[in-house]
Design a protein around this ligand. Structure first.
Ligand SMILES: O=c1ccn([C@@H]2O[C@H](COP(=O)(O)O)[C@@H](O)[C@H]2O)c(=O)[nH]1
Length: 316
């Protein structure tokens, strides 16, 4: 069985970019044609939203599957609708897997060990999409409950060729309010980073890989910390949100990559999903061509990252 790090490496290498498209559907911003179709098929507001989210995300997947290695569905947008939304998330994940994409489910799970086992069972399908209901290759995980609570996710990842991305330095403005708490000259986020580097290095050695199945979420909005963390976590694949809508640029994420262009995925959600509502795409494409706007925004992101970071080396 191939480990998560090797599967990710293969996906990035064959498509030639580390750009990651987030799937964050927002009902009030969906193309009118999708909402109309969902309304024609149901009168239940929650069913309408779920059907619209499912169609929207599946169509984004069809557009971006030939361009990027992975997608990151944001569970919260689906969960807010209730059971119909959760079912839509499952179908979206399955659709992405069938399209050949790596699926990183952004659900930020974390609980005491025995409960974490149940979360791991639910999400971490790994190599075989049928191995877990949510069919994800990887899951975002909250480490706040402690080291032992990461272990069930890591164990399941090893068994199934799956991966986790642990929150280390998040992209939000007040990320430091807890993460910067310092004890014995080590900040909380540095402590988390040291723990997951240890786990990732062990897995990388076991698989003779450069990286392990334990990744880290580090925001593009903190380039200084990103640079330090990349050096302190050489075996940890990074998932970097905060590019685009949150103000992070390609220059901010350059330090995340090795000279050959590996080591990180750069996520954009709103900037891609709703490209047709913002310039320059709004002027270039009428709303009926929202998929072309998404395609162009994805191509522009790929070019931006390639021209300003070592990830450009993936093209050669
Ligand atoms: O530190 C974090 C962790 C997760 N996220 C999630 O990533 C996307 C970002 O969306 P954009 O529209 O590109 O800003 C979203 O799902 C967040 O929940 C993050 O932003 N920062």
């Amino acid at each position: 069985m191939a480990g998560f790090a090797d599967r990710l490496h293969q996906a990035i290498s064959s498509i030639g970019t580390p750009a990651l498209v987030g799937l964050d559907p927002r009902f009030d911003q969906l193309p009118a044609e999708i909402v109309k179709r969902a309304e024609a098929n149901s009168s239940d507001p929650l069913d309408i939203q779920a059907a619209a989210f499912e169609e929207f995300c599946k169509r984004i997947i069809d557009v971006v599957a030939p361009l990027v290695p992975a997608v990151k569905p944001q569970s919260a947008f689906f969960e807010q609708i209730g059971p119909a939304g959760v079912l839509a998330l499952q179908r979206v994940n399955q659709h992405a897997r069938r399209a050949g994409l790596i699926v990183i489910c952004d659900a930020k799970r974390g609980d005491i060990g025995s409960t974490a086992e149940a979360y791991a069972e639910a999400y971490l399908a790994g190599e075989d999409p049928n191995a877990a209901p949510f069919a994800a290759d990887a899951l975002t995980v909250n480490p706040y409950l402690g080291r032992d609570t990461l272990m069930p996710f890591i164990q399941k990842s090893k068994e199934r060729g799956a991966g986790i991305y642990v929150l280390v330095r998040t992209s939000n403005p007040e990320a430091g309010s807890f993460q910067d708490h310092q004890q014995d000259q080590q900040r909380l986020y540095e402590k988390v980073a040291a723990t997951i580097e240890e786990q990732a290095a062990e897995d990388a050695a076991a698989n003779s890989s450069e990286y392990g199945c334990v990744g880290a979420v580090v925001g593009a909005t903190y380039p200084q910390e990103l640079t330090e963390l990349r050096q302190k976590m050489p075996h940890v694949p990074l998932l970097i949100p905060g590019y685009g809508a949150q103000g992070g640029g390609a220059g901010d994420v350059a330090a995340a990559f090795t000279a050959s262009g590996f080591g990180a995925l750069i996520n954009s959600s709103r900037g891609i999903n709703f490209a047709y509502l913002r310039e320059p795409y709004k002027t270039q494409f009428p709303q009926s061509q929202w998929e072309q706007a998404i395609e162009q925004a994805t191509l522009d992101m790929i070019e931006d990252i390639a021209s300003q970071t070592p990830a450009g080396a993936l093209r050669s």
